[in-house]
Design a protein around this ligand. Structure first.
Ligand code: UGA
Length: 443
C-alpha cells in the first residue's frame, strides 16, 4: 500500500519526483500556485522538455495515482507526507531566496490536521532544516504533530527519470528515526542504498556534491588550456586520469564549462554560506572564476579562428541549451558566448532542436533556426556549444558545402580532429592542439 503524498512545487524536481512516486505505487498530488501550469499538467501538457516525462505523467494520470491541483491547502490536509519542492532562486549576493520555501512551510503548518512528515526536497542551504522546524512550531503551536526530513535530490536534467529510478544514493537527514525510516520506505522498491545522517550533513551533502562536480569540470578545463599550449590531448589526459579509480572517469569532459540552474547557483550559494560562517572556500571560488573565464576564452578562440576578428562575420552557434536533452537555457554558456561575439560585431545565428523558444527571449538580434543546415548556410563559422546528437551526427560533407568558409570551432569536442582536417575544415576544439599543422601533411 503506497503513501498519500503531496508535492508542493511542480518545477523540475517536484514534477519528476511526483510522477516517479506515482509510478512506484504511491498516491500523489502535485500542487502549485500557478493555476495555468496546473491546467496544462492536468492535460499532460508538460512545460519542460525532459525525455520520457510526458509518457510517465500521462500513464499515472490515467491510473489515477497522480493528480494536479492548485488547491495547496486541501493537498496538504489529504496527505501524510508533504514534499517541499519549490524554487530556491539565487540572489545577486549569492544567497538563496528562501521565500517560496518559507511560504510553503507556513501553508503546511496552517493545515496540519494530523501527524505529517514534511520533506525538504528543494535545494536549500545548511540550516534550513532547523528554520523549517522552528517556523512550523511557531505557526502551528508546540503541540503540532510533525517531523521534518531533509531528502536532497540528485537528478540531472535530460536524464531525470532514469536518475530518479536509479539514484546512486538516497540521503535522508532527520532527527526522528521513525520519520527517516518511513521516508526510506517510500523509495524501497528502487533498491538503492540509503544513507541516514543528521539534517545538517544531508543539506551539506547536496552542496558539497555539486560544488565538487563543478570543481572537477573547472579543473579539467584548466588542464585543457595547458594541453593546448603543449600539444597534449585533453581527452587522453582525462582518460588516463579517470582510469585511476580514486579519480573516476566522470565529469572530466573539457569544453566551455558548466551552466544550468544548479551548478552556477549552488556553487555561489555554498561560497556565500561558507563566508558567513567564516570559512574561505578558495577552491570553490577558483572553480567559479575558471568557469566564467572559460566562456570568454572560447569566444576569443572563435575570433582567432576567424583571423582575429568576428566583426561583420556570420557565426552560427549550434546548441543553446546548457546541455543536450533539455530546453533549459539558464546560465547556458552559449548565451554568454553569443553576447560576447555580438558585442564584437559578429552577425549571430543560432540553432537548437528544442530551446530556441526559451533562448529567444534572451537573444535579441540573433537569427534562430530549428534546422541545423539552414543555420550554417553561408556562415563564416560553425560554433558548437551543446553536444546534441543532431549536431554530432551532421553530415560533414554537407556542412562543408554550406559554410562560406570551412571554419568549425567546437566547444564540446564532438568531432574528430584528424577527420575534420581531412575533410578540409579549419577545425579548433578545446584542449586538443590545433590540428592544422599536425595533419597538414596528410591532406
Ligand atoms: C546537476 C547534478 O549533476 C545533479 O546531480 C544535481 O541533482 C543537479 O545539478 C541539481 O542540483 O539539481 P544538471 O545541472 O542537470 O545536474 O546537469 P549536469 O549533467 O550535472 O551538467 C551540468 C553542466 O556541466 C552542463 O552544462 C554540462 O555541459 C557541464 N559538464 C558536465 C561539463 O562541462 N563537463 C562534464 O564532464 C560534465
Amino acid at each position: 500500500m503506497g503513501e498519500k503524498i503531496a508535492v508542493i512545487g511542480t518545477g523540475y524536481v517536484g514534477l519528476v519526483s511526483g510522477a516517479c512516486f506515482a509510478e512506484i505505487g504511491h498516491r500523489v498530488v502535485c500542487a502549485d500556485v500557478d493555476e495555468g501550469k496546473i491546467e496544462r499538467l492536468r492535460a499532460a501538457d508538460i512545460p519542460i522538455y525532459e525525455p520520457g516525462l510526458d509518457h510517465l505523467v500521462r500513464r499515472n494520470l490515467g491510473s489515477g495515482r497522480l493528480r494536479f491541483t492548485a488547491d495547496i491547502d486541501t493537498a496538504v490536509r489529504d496527505a501524510d507526507i508533504v514534499y517541499v519542492a519549490v524554487g530556491t532562486p539565487g540572489l545577486d549576493s549569492g544567497a538563496v531566496d528562501l521565500s517560496q520555501v518559507s511560504q510553503a512551510v507556513r501553508q503546511i503548518a496552517a493545515h496540519l490536521n494530523g501527524y505529517k512528515i514534511i520533506v525538504i526536497k528543494s535545494t536549500v542551504p545548511v540550516g534550513t532544516f532547523r528554520f523549517v522546524e522552528q517556523t512550523v512550531k511557531e505557526a502551528a503551536g508546540e503541540n503540532a504533530r510533525f517531523d521534518v526530513v531533509s531528502n536532497p535530490e540528485f537528478l540531472r536534467e535530460g536524464s531525470a527519470i532514469r536518475d530518479s529510478f536509479h539514484p546512486d544514493r538516497i540521503v535522508i537527514g532527520a532527527t526522528s528515526d521513525t520519520a527517516a525510516r518511513r521516508i526510506a520506505r517510500v523509495h524501497e522498491s528502487m533498491g538503492t542504498e540509503v544513507l541516514f545522517v543528521d539534517p545538517e550533513s544531508a543539506e551539506l551533502i547536496k552542496y558539497a556534491s555539486n560544488a565538487f562536480l563543478a570543481a572537477k569540470i573547472s579543473f579539467i578545463n584548466e588542464m585543457a588550456n595547458v594541453c593546448e599550449k603543449t600539444g597534449a590531448d585533453i581527452a587522453l589526459v582525462a582518460r588516463g586520469m579517470g582510469m585511476d579509480r580514486r579519480i573516476g572517469p566522470y565529469f572530466l569532459q573539457a569544453g566551455i564549462g558548466y551552466g544550468g540552474s544548479c551548478f552556477p547557483k549552488d556553487t555561489k550559494a555554498q561560497l556565500h554560506v561558507a563566508k558567513k560562517l567564516g570559512c574561505d572556500m578558495k577552491i570553490l571560488q577558483a572553480a567559479i572564476e575558471v568557469n566564467e573565464r572559460q566562456r570568454l576564452l572560447f569566444a576569443d578562440k572563435v575570433a582567432r579562428a576567424l583571423d582575429g576578428s568576428v566583426k561583420d562575420r556570420i557565426v552560427a552557434v549550434m546548441g543553446l541549451a546548457f546541455k543536450p536533452n533539455t530546453d533549459d537555457v539558464r546560465e547556458a554558456p552559449a548565451l554568454d558566448i553569443i553576447r560576447v561575439l555580438r558585442q564584437s560585431g559578429a552577425q549571430m545565428r543560432a540553432y537548437d532542436p528544442v530551446a530556441t523558444e526559451k533562448a529567444g527571449l534572451h537573444l535579441p538580434g540573433v537569427c534562430l533556426y530549428s534546422d541545423p543546415y539552414e543555420a550554417i548556410s553561408g556562415a563564416d563559422a560553425m560554433v558548437v556549444c551543446t553536444e546534441w546528437d543532431q549536431v554530432k551526427n551532421m553530415d560533414l560533407h554537407e556542412v562543408k558545402r554550406r559554410l562560406r568558409t570551412p571554419v568549425v570551432v567546437d566547444g564540446r569536442n564532438v568531432f574528430e580532429p584528424k577527420l575534420m582536417v581531412q575533410l578540409g575544415f579549419r577545425y579548433h576544439s578545446v584542449g586538443r592542439k590545433n590540428v592544422q599543422e599536425e595533419y597538414a601533411g596528410i591532406v
